[in-house]
Write a protein that binds this ligand. Sequence first.
Ligand code: TYM
Length: 332
Amino acid sequence: MEDKKVLLSGIQPSGDLTLGSYLGAIKNWSALAREFDCYYFMADMHTITVRQDPAQLRKHTLEQLASYIACGLDPEENTLFIQSHVHQHAELGWVLQCFTMFGELSRMTQFKDKSAKHAENINAGLFAYPSLMAADILLYQPDFVPVGEDQKQHVELTRDVAGRFNSLYGDVFKIPEPYIPKVGARVMSLQTPTAKMSKSDEDPNGCVYLKDDNDTVMRKFKRAVTDSETCVRYDRENKPGISNLMEIYSACTGKTYEEIQREFDGKGYGEFKPAVGEAVLSVTGPIRDEANRLLKDKSYLEQVYRTGAEKAGAIANRTLRKVYKKVGFVPR
Ligand code: TYM
């Protein structure tokens, strides 16, 4: 156990899990469970940077935990926990805010996007969010942080902040590497294939949710926006819709783009689109059904997140004590 490399990641329970979060993140997590010492959490503290309905937030947090397990993250092998249960996140988050520069935070793409989208609520938490994310990561001294492409910038900022801290106080933090999948790192909306598929997509047809029933998934893929060429060929720039579908198909079947091109050579989009839907369902259907089954067992889920918080808290506390000592706080 001790010499296993450490891996950590999280997802905001700000909505239902999407095919994007699955292919960009969770799919890789379950593949790595045996090889690494893994920490996965529900990033509930991050979600309140945007207003949430409290009952919905609680519901999404538990659903996300059930989905993690259903995706193959065995709670016996992985530490699964709820971020707000481990108070060290908030505490280290504060310390790291004092080591993150205003200019750095201003350059974060997610901040720019979200502040444009929520212009009426550009709060300090939304701005300082990457410092909390740096704390989430650095508390556990991970080697790798498996995320989709859109989170790479935050992991890079984490590395900079950790390096800055270390250069002042000695080697306190391990400098983590982002771990980004080759296929599926940036799943795009089925309706606007130039925009990221997102939990908060305004067009419900653009986003596939893990909990969608079979008919809904098939309908969304059949309606996916394509182009007028009717040729299944990978070209991100000129054929964003088809390229996105090919990427999804590849991530779900393991087939290369050449294999997919050959498979659908001479066949129209009318055949390709439902085939992608079927491929997705073969992966997400069983996850959805298992998550629904687990959700009925509240006491099991409770036992998982309690044990997880205990294990995570012990590790997090070790790092936080070290940090407090380094910056000069008097131990209690
Ligand atoms: P979040 O909740 O937006 O997304 C969770 C994970 O899913 C990936 N992802 C995607 N990948 C491919 N295509 C998409 N369309 C897509 N949409 C989402 C994201 O890259 C991410 O890996 N700040 C993080 C949550 C977080 C975190 C952390 C992650 C908080 N603390 C510490 C890692 C480590 C976020 O908002 O992800």
